[in-house]
Design a protein around this ligand. Structure first.
Ligand SMILES: [Zn+2]
Length: 268
């Protein structure tokens, strides 16, 4: 196994027409494992159905995405807690969730439920801690809100990844103070003028995991088309170029990081 896609929505309808061929391509590209972040109750059946179909190649997370936080947020949260209780308390090891996610705060799409988003984020961080799981965090236009929540849990060590990281080097350094934090790097790093390429010049490889966030955020030269996990190779090449090392070094380090972060050793 060369790569792990730490963030991919392969259960999205975008793959309905050619799922088997896509999965085949992904495996042939050296990807040995895909992690499915959850979105909400509405998407859960599809996610779990596709994950089951893929066997041990796919590992699942469970959580409420910040953009899915609305008037029924308490019900969404209860759903996450119930799934964790049934699968991580007494489920078979291979069925267990490897993370709580994706969770976080998103001030870009709407600020209507921003306070509820913060509460749902906070409660899911507590849940992850209770079950000894890392978190997959989504932040968009809400860095200060995220720090407010992290500050409210200061006695709690956080373990997780800030996916599709687009913050500054200073934000990365600030995050590191809260625990074992990695940043997820995907297709955006290949975009012209992407600030994140500059940022990862200074971030050690030990703190980077690779992701596609497919079907979105497709790397150059496929930008504008549907994304897929086989493009991890392109992302790794760009990271290698920025870091001035070989692609193999990037692949080995980021895969090792992902195995350690999501505790995949015991499952593989
Ligand atoms: Zn995502």
């Amino acid at each position: 196994m060369k790569y792990i896609d730490t963030h991919v929505h392969l259960y999205d309808e975008a793959y309905d027409g050619d799922f088997d061929e896509t999965l085949q391509r992904i495996k042939e590209a050296g990807v040995g494992c895909c992690i499915f972040p959850a979105i909400d109750m509405e998407n859960y059946e599809r996610q779990t159905g596709i994950a089951r179909k893929c066997g041990s190649f796919v590992r699942e997370a469970i959580g409420v995405h910040p953009t899915s936080v609305g008037a029924n947020w308490r019900m969404e949260l209860d759903f996450v807690e119930a799934r964790l209780a049934e699968r991580n308390a007494d489920g078979a090891a291979e069925n267990r969730y490897v993370a709580v996610g994706e969770i976080g705060v998103d001030g870009y799409w709407s600020k209507e439920f921003i306070n509820e988003q913060k509460e749902v984020f906070r409660e899911q961080l507590v849940l992850a801690h209770k079950y000894g799981l890392p978190v997959i965090v989504h932040v968009r236009d809400a860095v200060e809100e995220v720090f407010e929540v992290l500050d409210s849990l200061q006695e709690m060590d956080i373990k997780g990844v800030f996916h599709a990281f687009s913050g500054s080097y200073e934000t990365y350094c600030r995050l590191k103070k809260y625990g074992d934090i990695k940043i997820g790097i995907g297709g955006v790093v290949t975009y012209k003028n992407a600030g994140v390429a500059k940022v990862i010049e200074r971030v050690p490889l030990e703190d980077i995991v690779l992701e596609t966030d497919a079907p979105w955020l497709t790397p150059v030269p496929y930008r504008g088309k549907r994304n897929e996990s086989s493009y991890l190779q392109i992302i790794a090449e760009k990271v290698a170029q920025v870091k001035g090392c070989s692609v193999d070094t990037v692949a080995e380090a980021t895969t090792r990081n992902a195995i350690e972060l999501f505790n995949l050793n015991s499952l593989m």
